[in-house]
Design a protein. Sequence first.
Length: 310
Amino acid sequence: MTSNHLIHVQGVSMIDYRQVRYFLALAEYLHFGKAAASLHLAQPSLSRQIAALEEALGCQLVLRSSRSVALTAAGRELQRTASQVVAGFDSAIRSTQAVARGDRGELKIGFTSMVAWTGFPRMMREFSDAHPSVNLVLNELLPNDLARSVETGENDLYLSFKPLGQSTLQYHALQAETLCIALPADHPLAGNARVALADLSHSGFILSPRSTAPALFDQIMALCQGAGFEPVVRMHTHLQGTILNLVAEGLGVSIVPQAMAKPGFAGVRFFPVAGSPEIELGVSWSGANSNPCLRAFLRGIGVATEARCR
């Protein structure tokens, strides 16, 4: 016996946890040979373990004869109560291992409204299907609040455009989005088969401010400048969905990620931007975050992580 399997019970000698399991197998089969076979033990070894358990408890558990095995009253009580304890202990072990693997727990994810129109919802479904005991907490935030939410622990990760500049967070690219032009349905150009960016040089734009989405803002500015004009920004608003609602009201035009065109917006016509660069989207997280559910999520998207519990 090793000390790793010993249980201290007040008033009795140290009990080997395995002996309790052996006893429960014997109590189930009431036959030393069958119980020993189920435990992959030699029958004499099982007999010695049961005798050692009886000695530790100071009472007889089993009535033995050459033809039968029966439980004493004390043995029946131990069977009743120990079965519950062993089942509870086994459940605790499985639950502990599941938490350590990231198969059980909670994962908090920050995202922007635009993410809802990309492939991220499908990713959430796939992770949820693979980890049904993980509670997903989805927090919709403004883009410039996402990094701070992960740094402070409010979220475990966030989904958004690739961060610009230096960051203390880790990042993994997932997909890329081209850009498209969004026009009011009654705009003079809305009936055209194609619209060039240069055609919008005298239009008022509705955009997210650079502080909200720097990567997107810089790409839009570069595209317009490449088309020979500096866009006149009539309105700034944070959310892409709000931008499209304002475009639908005829308050201006915009350039938005192609994902925003997928669901369709009443009152808005979308046109691809010729030669549009791709804007990278991905997941960001803190390397100091020890949440096993985060590691499980990262492994699911192909990010190698340390496996703490197999």
